[in-house]
Design a protein around this ligand. Sequence first.
Ligand SMILES: [Zn+2]
Length: 233
Amino acid sequence: MCRKELVADSTAADNESVIGDECHIISGQINGPRHDIVFPVDQIDAIDNLILLCKVHHKIIDDQCETYTVGLLQSLKSNHEQWVRTALEQSTHEGIRIRQVTENIPSHLVRLMTGQDLLTILSNAHGYQFEHDDPKSETETNLIASFLQEAQDYGELSADLEAGDRVQTAYRLSLLLNELEEGGFWAFGSREVRKLEGGVETPSDFTISILRIVRSTNSDIVKVDLEISDEKI
Ligand SMILES: [Zn+2]
């Protein structure tokens, strides 16, 4: 009714907060607002009988139920749903999108042998594309999860790293690569430049950091002799 945002964004330390109230259009209570004796009890909490409102409008519609009738609330709700639908369609048509550029898609990923290799892949990326082979145990799941999480954290921090920090970070990443290898996994990576288009800004580069955690026995791994010609690679 007032189009106030009803979910507060999460913070570094906390989850989102739902500010809105889920209100019943037809109350399940005999003395409640808009109670209808013939309305099926099992439909009271159904989505069709609920409307999300701010606390102020929740109070108003329940205090003034002669004004805010079932029919009026249903049409307010369906008008709002239509408004959201239209707004979402417009944002996909006119909004910002990230386009892959065919010639920039890497043909292969390179094994990351050192923390410096890994830091180069992660540094100053606008986005991340992380993939991994299926873990076969909880230990493997934790190993891959903590590796990728830490890799992303360093990637996000990379713009603020000074020379000394970069040495420390590269060393930390080397240790992580060793742990990964001891657990039977290798890291491969590359970078891909996509185009950020739409909106009011002129198109710009959008760099993706691609990281793939592969079981060291995976048959997709191809050993390439760098002495041979580029064509063979
Ligand atoms: Zn409101």
